[in-house]
Write a protein that binds this ligand. Structure first.
Ligand code: WT7
Length: 646
């Protein structure tokens, strides 16, 4: 690594940050040498009803598999995010809401108001019959009520399951059914980038195939003309005469806080379950550490609440730390490419946390939309979701941040609850494209295909050898799937599914998924899910889906489709099948390229050789490797000859 690729800690951060380079080393060492002492000490940053006396109690081994943290402690997450701040910051703004349309007024909700709104929401949920342990599906746009709904569930001990507003009625129905929610919280419509999303109509469409669904609570967001049926209640009507106060439910640390569905390499999406105590501590701990957050700085995580980033870094982490968190309804590029920077100026944002895909989209528009704004308030820039290419990193650092702000590249997953590998702004020298080093308490390990541990500067598959409080606890309804998915590839370790390089300075460079998961615009998509959607179409006999490089999305979706006998391939049919997937799953699953294939490359035992399909999708057709084990090697020639571009 040449000197020029190292960005030292900015002087101001080195002076003022809570943790400097020596502090990080000391903290890391202590977290590994004395984990119980370390974690019980960290746990004190939460307010407990019963403070825990035990830290981690876990084993990743098959015969004794269990994960528990702070098991004898009890607390309430909404109290930690709201009530405990009231004495000191009742009038501080907790949530700034920036609307989709820039000429509309933002909303500012103080901690005192947040308390009132969340209590009212909680009382409405109770009146709807929701009790501790019940699952509540949340299908809302990016409006403050989304945060109120989550915290209201947490207040009464209900388990929220947020479904991203971009998912189709079918995808929503599957997620309602899987966790057996009886209540869905939605809105009349959502708005994003000037378009409306028919959320309530989607819930109605989902209801037909979601028999557990009994009631729908509808928040009025756009005021659109939405008819209400027997199962539906307007939130504002239900909230008209409820109390402003709601006693929080005491929760055991291991009681579930939420379920969030995420795609895997096989089967239907998994309901990732997070705990109350361990997850909340991880959210608060990492938000405090990696952003060195101090009130009343304005902090903006430009994610959607439908993804884990929104849960941890818009709602739970910042509010647990008494932050002012900005919630943005719209898109970074609408109505024009400088909107994101206009929002920064309008609200004097100190910390901005966004995704590489957004940066690449903005970068394409050139520097002028950035230069038209001040951005003088920015001090820290974060990224998450996918590997950031050094070019985007440098643009973020030099053009957006004018060299003032460190780039905090956070590596993590829905399963990990919050960041695991990330720099600390006052401690870590940066290298563009590297998430740098593990946070205190995180023990990464690289292994080869056979599970052999690789030391020093090397590349391998990324595992985590010790549990951390924010680790997921189970797959909802399928504990065996949890164990099988994450702990059997390399027995005794949590396997992340990511490939990774570690350099001579101990810096980690995530190289991307090594399984059949693709990362589209920082969102995880299982190839099996897209394939299932395609074969549901009566014209399709078989489908295989792989990732392909995409200059804005990071990865695009490349689908190979074999049609049923008698069905003729055409451009119109390709467009129809792309639209079909979009309708079945949602816009994020739309294939970027679709190639008709008379046959797929299979081994004699019938296994599709995805390695070959990936190479062709990448356009790398000169090094297809050994094709001699294929049942019919000739299919490869046809695939190469008829490759399509995205
Ligand atoms: C996968 C997890 C983390 C919340 C959003 C995505 C990839 C995530 C990074 C990063 C390189 C990253 C990994 C991971 N990923 N962050 N900073 N550098 N890769 O959560 O949908 O659960 O996806 O996203 O491949 O396994 P997710």
């Amino acid at each position: 690594m040449s000197e020029i690729d190292l960005f030292p800690v900015p002087a101001q951060w080195a002076r003022e940050a809570r943790v400097d380079a020596a502090g990080y080393e000391e903290m890391y060492h202590r977290s590994v040498a004395e984990p119980d002492v370390f974690w019980l000490e960290q746990a004190q940053q939460l307010e407990w009803i019963t403070p825990p006396t035990q830290a981690g109690d876990w084993s990743f081994d098959a015969d004794d598999f269990h994960i528990r943290w702070f098991a004898d402690g009890s607390l309430n997450a909404s109290v930690n995010c709201i009530d405990r701040h009231l004495a000191e910051r009742a009038d501080q703004v907790a949530i700034i809401w920036e609307p989709d349309v820039p000429t509309e007024e933002p909303r500012r909700i103080t901690y005192a108001e947040l308390h009132r709104e969340v209590c009212r929401f909680a009382n409405v949920l109770k009146a709807q019959g929701v009790a501790k342990g019940d699952r509540v599906t949340v299908y809302l746009p990016m409006i403050p009520e989304a945060a109120f709904a989550l915290l209201a569930c947490a207040r009464i001990g209900a388990i929220h399951s947020v479904v991203f507003g971009g998912f189709s009625p079918d995808a929503l129905a599957g997620r309602i059914e899987d966790c057996g929610s009886k209540l869905v919280i939605t809105a009349d419509e959502g708005r994003r980038g000037g378009k409306t999303i028919p959320l309530k109509a989607n819930v109605d469409a989902a209801a037909a195939s979601a028999p557990t669904l009994e009631r729908v609570l509808v928040v009025r967001a756009t005021g659109g003309d939405v008819p209400l049926g027997e199962r539906d209640t307007w939130y504002h009507e239900a909230a008209a005469d409820v109390s402003d106060d709601c006693a929080p439910e005491p929760m055991a640390a291991e009681d579930p806080l939420f379920i969030l569905y995420t795609s895997g390499s096989t089967g239907k999406p998994k309901g990732v379950l997070h705990s109350t105590g361990g997850y909340l501590l991880w959210a608060a701990y990492t938000h405090g550490l990696v952003f060195d957050y101090r009130a009343p700085n304005v902090y903006w995580c430009a994610a959607d609440i439908g993804w884990v980033t929104g849960h941890t870094y818009i709602v739970y982490g910042p509010l647990a730390n008494g932050a002012t968190t900005l919630m943005y309804e719209g898109l970074p590029t609408w109505p024009d490419a400088s909107r994101i920077w206009q929002v920064v100026d309008r609200h004097q944002v100190h910390t901005l946390f966004t995704a590489p895909t957004a940066l690449r989209a903005l970068m394409k528009e050139g520097d002028a939309p950035v230069g038209a704004t001040s951005r003088a308030s920015l001090r820290l820039l974060g990224t998450v979701g996918e590997p950031i290419n050094p070019e985007a990193w440098r643009w973020y650092h030099d053009v957006v941040g004018e060299g003032r702000s460190p780039i905090i590249d956070t590596w993590w997953q829905t399963e990990t609850g919050g960041a695991l590998i990330a720099p600390l702004p006052g401690a870590t020298d940066l290298k563009p494209g590297s998430a740098t080093k593990p946070l205190p308490g995180v023990q990464p390990q690289l292994v080869d295909e056979t599970g052999k541990v690789l030391n020093g500067a090397t590349s391998g598959n990324l595992c985590i050898t010790a549990s951390w409080p924010g680790q997921m606890r189970t797959v909802w309804g399928d504990h065996d799937r949890f164990f099988q998915t994450y702990f059997t590839t390399y027995p005794g370790k949590y396997f992340t599914g990511d490939g990774c390089r570690r350099d001579e300075d101990g810096y980690y460079w995530i190289t991307g998924r090594v399984d059949d998961v693709i990362n589209v615009s920082g969102h995880r998509m299982g190839t099996a899910e897209v394939e299932s959607a395609l074969v549901l179409n009566h014209q399709v006999a078989e489908a295989a889906v792989v990732g392909m490089p995409h200059d804005v999305k990071g990865q695009g979706i490349y689908a190979y489709v074999t049609l049923k006998a008698g069905v003729e391939p055409s451009d119109a049919l390709a467009a129809e099948l792309k639209a079909w997937v979009r309708k079945e799953i949602g816009p994020i699953a739309t294939p970027d390229a679709l190639q008709f294939a008379p046959g797929l490359p299979k081994t004699r035992s019938g296994k599709i050789m995805r390695r070959i399909l990936r190479k062709i999708a990448e356009g790398d057709t000169t090094s297809l490797g050994d094709t001699s084990t294929l049942a019919d090697p000739a299919v490869v020639d046809d695939l190469v000859a008829n490759r399509v571009s995205g």
